[in-house]
Design a protein around this ligand. Structure first.
Ligand code: PLP
Length: 380
């Protein structure tokens, strides 16, 4: 791999992460308990308005698994989820033996469509086939249009879970992402806007539920001097060392949002007026972090499809990606229930995620823009 390779989204440390990690080493808090964990959870909870308790775990996927179990999802249940998403939003549904129901996107943000959610829950209630929960994913740094979704879930007794793995730093009508439902998850995977190199978090309004999840994440150890178990658990807890990285990263979150938005702005300026290329709009309901900058390519007008464009950029050592392949089109889910799907398929076939790192240097971004203009046959 060339040293000049431009990646899609890379880790970007601030100046405080190492201090917290060093503190963990010097005090020997190097396992799955310790002051960094407590402080990281408190800091995230406070950042999100303080109404939710936080539990730091090994991944966003683990966080969602814990929540699904806590709210009673079990074998044979349905769980509705955005079709246009990463597998981490969906696999935990299978861990619980439940079935996903994939719901299509609305055009603006690509997130789950509130009108379809209303229609689907109404029809499912009439059939006596309501899902137990609905996972609304906030894609690429932009919050879903959640108010109508939340109202429909409330009306039908469906638990709403925010998958905010990609949206930390975003807002919805002035509220922070991951604070607009009873439950939410975050991911601190290495490619996210801030990271613990790998990790996730559960957010829950109900502290008793959070305590159950904390116990399960610690192998369901009962408070006893011996290893006593009344129920099964998981080894899902985050380490105190990684929580130290998270504490440092939280301090630069707003800076990272501004940097990613600036990267997007430069793409927008450079590509505006190029026929057949549209940058993803910012929905009127909140701030988009631009975790990933997304462009849509009309292959008829430009003469090149989004996926061919990804390959052309790769040939020049530039990493781009197609938009998530909708879950209802995955070989694993050919027989799964779905509601619509055409919008997600269109966004997938025309969408491309451009290099979006907050540390992306101006010259590197110029290289991406030049490669795009050349592939799109735009004259200087
Ligand atoms: C939308 C979405 N949900 C869930 C996850 C799972 O998070 P993790 O990788 O921390 O398990 C990710 C990404 O990593 C994601 O992008």
């Amino acid at each position: 791999m060339s040293v000049d390779r431009i990646h899609l989204s890379v880790l970007h440390m601030g100046v405080h992460e190492l201090e917290f990690v060093q503190e963990a080493f010097s005090t020997n808090w190097l396992s799955s308990v310790g002051p960094n964990l407590d402080a990281f959870e408190e800091d995230v909870s406070a950042l999100l308005g303080g109404q939710h308790g936080a539990l730091a775990v090994a991944s966003g996927t683990a966080a969602l698994h814990l929540i699904l179990r806590a709210i009673g999802v079990e074998s044979g249940d349905r769980v509705a989820v955005s079709s246009l998403t990463f597998a981490g939003s969906v696999f935990p549904i299978l861990y619980q033996g439940a079935q996903p129901v994939f719901i299509d996107s609305e055009e603006t943000s690509g997130n789950i469509d509130p009108s379809l959610v209303e229609e689907y829950l109404h029809a499912a209630a009439a059939k006596g086939a309501l899902p137990r929960a609905l996972v609304a994913v906030h894609l690429y740094g932009q919050h879903a249009d959640i108010d109508r979704i939340a109202a429909a879930c409330r009306e039908h007794g469906v638990v709403l879970i925010e998958d905010a793995a990609e949206s930390l730093g975003a807002t919805y009508k002035g509220r922070p992402t991951a604070s607009t439902a009873d439950y939410a998850i975050l991911s601190f995977n290495g490619n996210k806007i801030i990271t613990t190199t790998g990790g996730g978090m559960v957010l829950a309004r109900d502290r008793a539920q959070l305590a159950r999840m904390k116990k399960w994440a610690n192998q369901s150890r009962e408070p006893a001097i011996e290893y006593l178990h009344q129920e099964y658990g998981y080894n899902y807890r985050m380490s105190n060392v990684l929580a130290g990285i998270g504490r440092g990263q939280l301090r630069v979150l707003s800076e990272r949002v501004a940097q990613r938005r600036a990267v997007f702005e430069r793409y927008r300026e450079a590509l505006q007026g190029v026929p057949g290329v549209t940058l993803q709009p910012e929905a009127p309901w909140g701030t988009h972090t631009r975790w990933l900058s997304v462009a849509y390519i009309d292959d008829v007008i430009t003469g090149i499809g989004a996926h061919a464009l990804v390959q052309q950029l790769a040939a020049q050592d530039i990493e781009a990606r197609p938009v998530w392949r909708p879950m209802h089109t995955q070989p694993l889910f050919t027989s799964a229930e779905k509601v619509g799907g055409a919008v997600a398929e269109r966004l997938y076939s025309s969408g491309i995620c451009l290099p979006s790192s907050s540390s992306l240097a101006l010259e590197a971004q110029e290289r991406v823009i030049a490669a795009l203009r050349s592939a799109l046959s735009v004259s200087e």
